[in-house]
Design a protein around this ligand. Structure first.
Ligand SMILES: Nc1ncnc2c1ncn2[C@@H]1O[C@H](COP(=O)(O)OP(=O)(O)OP(=O)(O)O)[C@@H](O)[C@H]1O
Ligand code: SF4
Ligand SMILES: [Mg+2]
Length: 322
């Protein structure tokens, strides 16, 4: 088994709000092995973006890290200086967000930006331009020579996102973090981009942490999946194990709403009855108990720990089974 590029241990983060501390993440553990694609799924508000913001140290000003570590290639990112972290972002860790304009500069041509992103390479200008052309072609952009002369606002949303992905990979990062990169695109485009991304990931050998609401995208792209609920990891394992044999009632509900939905390519996560608990005033016991149809007496008092080896889930039903 390969070593993790990213190893998050017991990470807890809260936001300071007028109502009191909002517990956005609690005791999150997550590993991204070298060369693997790890997906994160969970309803809106479960803490996916907070987790990513913590890794790249771009948390909102009212966020506070309670405890934990974010180890990237042997360094705890939470303890790195700002300058060191800034240098690492974009070089060793690249990001792609839902809005490609977050990663593109509106006043520079695509060609200039693709040239700049290769600053670590010893290649000359002509070689770098050739590489930009090749990357645009690889992400499926036709007539790359013309596109290099254009500005981001000349391109469609789908093309901009392809350019953002091409640039993120050209930096040859060890870790690419993608937060809903294809959610705003139409389904056909999304499939195309996912296929290209998978091909390129194999070629470049980087690890990817990929967030999506779309179960089908996670199933197609990822090696392993982390299921989050209300700030906690409730299940994790290989895509195959989690999608074929989900162990946590939350994951089961996500998948059983429509068994065909993994194959089908749906736009959103299924809607599960009830709502997320109030993160400012958390209930004791299992975080999912208000919405769980299997709950036991102890679920109101004891918080279940993750159990299992490669395939883990946090549910008292699993203790009863073993
Ligand atoms: N700056 C902030 N101040 C207060 N609360 C916040 C702040 N940012 C996020 N939250 C809250 O923290 C929780 C986790 O939010 P987060 O954005 O990480 O979720 P998410 O899983 O990325 O959701 P989505 O799928 O909608 O992007 C939510 O309850 C959210 O309302
Ligand atoms: S621990 Fe209890 S409430 Fe929580 S998911 Fe399992 S059965 Fe449901
Ligand atoms: Mg988010």
């Amino acid at each position: 088994m390969s070593l993790p590029v990213l190893n998050i241990q017991d990470l807890s983060i809260h936001y300071q709000t007028e109502q009191g501390p909002l517990q956005a993440l609690r005791d999150v553990n997550l590993q991204v092995p070298e060369g693997k694609i790890i997906g994160i799924i969970g309803e809106s508000g479960c803490g996916k973006s907070t987790l990513i913001s913590a890794i790249i140290r771009l948390l909102a000003p009212n966020a506070r890290i309670g405890r934990g570590s974010v180890n990237f290639k042997g360094r705890d990112l939470l303890r790195l200086s700002r300058d060191h972290m800034r240098a690492l972002r974009g070089d060793e860790i690249s990001m792609v967000f839902q809005d490609p304009m977050t990663s593109l500069n509106p006043v520079l041509t695509i060609g200039r930006q693709m040239y700049d992103v290769q600053h670590r390479s010893a290649a000359n200008r002509a070689e770098k331009t050739a590489r930009s052309l090749q990357m645009l072609d690889r992400v499926g952009i036709s007539d790359p020579a013309t596109q290099l002369q254009r500005y981001p606002h000349h391109l469609s949303g789908g093309m901009r996102q392809r350019v953002a992905i091409a640039m993120a990979l050209m930096a040859e990062p060890d870790l690419l973090i993608a937060d809903e990169p294809t959610t705003a695109l139409d389904a056909t485009l999304e499939v195309q981009i996912i296929h290209r991304l998978k091909e390129l990931q194999r070629e470049f050998g980087c690890s990817i942490l990929f967030i999506s609401h779309h179960l089908s995208v996670i199933a197609e792209l990822c090696d392993e999946v982390i299921v989050m609920y209300a700030g906690e990891v409730v299940e994790s394992g290989s895509v195959r194990d989690v999608f074929i044999d989900p162990r946590h009632p939350y994951t089961q509900k996500l998948l059983e709403c429509d068994p065909a939905r993994i194959a089908q390519r749906t736009r959103e996560l299924p809607v599960i009855e009830g709502s997320l608990p109030n993160l400012v005033d958390l209930p004791g016991g299992c975080i999912f108990r208000e919405r769980c149809s299997h709950r036991l007496a102890r679920c109101g008092e004891d918080r279940p720990d993750l159990s299992g080896n490669q395939h883990q889930a946090a549910c008292h039903l699993l203790d009863a089974e073993s």
